[in-house]
Ligand binder design. Sequence first.
Ligand code: PBG
Length: 330
Amino acid sequence: MRISSFPLSRPRRLRRNENIRRLVRETRISLDDLIYPIFVRHGEGVVEEVPSMPGVFRYSVDRVADAVKEVRDLGIPAVILFGIPDRKDEVGSDTWSDQGIIQRALRVIKKEVQDVYVITDICFCEYTTHGHCGVVRNGEVDNDATLENLRKQAVSHAENGADMVAPSGMMDGMVRAIREALDEAGFKHIPIMSYSAKFASSFYGPFRDAAESAPSFGDRKGYQMDPANSREALKEVLMDVEEGADVVMVKPALAYLDIITRVKENVLVPVCAYNVSGEYSLIKAAGRLGWVDERKVMIETLLSIKRAGADMIITYFAKEVAQMINRGEV
Ligand code: PBG
């Protein structure tokens, strides 16, 4: 007998028009996935574009509430704040001062904007004269001395209204130290999103321009992870879960999609992926040159991060993609 239909299975049947494609689509980008990063700087009346990140701005404290309102009005649930202080010192004491840049921004945002979830980045590189992510002793970042300052920073952010804190310095034991400090200070309800698997990546280049946080000597390879390692990423993540992390993060996202998938398969907490500055700027630059269709590449990129397993994505594209979602284009 002749096989009447060959090939028997024709996957193209389910691709013939957009309606059937919608029905079989496995992954979607939604507003619910998005966290928008916001840079707050010293000064007054400042809204300045970051040269290496077109479309991304740094805001002074008096302008930041409007920036957050814009994000909220687009339907994006959360922002993550990064601070650029007017005064740096050896240890980054601005990070735990009541007059610190993040503390001032938090008070303004919490007073003027409702219905937006405010996460704060917990680190020192933007606040120290040497640009490293902690206390430097004998040319190295001293892990345990840094933990003491991380406690103070996290508690101060919580006192000033942070909804969630996100330590990004890759210090050993940082989640546990912050959890204890928050609990002791009465902030048992404030969750920790740990930058658990953060790689020593060259994709952070534009961010370091934006945040003035490049190290003045050496690099961050002594604390951030080696891009060659995957099992170690899982180890970092599992340690953080054990220490009490509520959400774990993989950063960057694109060159580390395999890590996102592996982490997702091995933990029961939500997984965040950070679509970092260099990933943004590469697409923006190629788009400007007319070499790629920027919007389509943006959507494809975010989809890949979602498909890899991310439950939420920190991305500089959040506002643009939200506009597209709101217009029904995605
Ligand atoms: C550290 C921090 C960095 C980023 C977020 N938090 C930079 C670094 O480790 O040098 C990078 C984010 C990006 O590139 O978009 N505070």
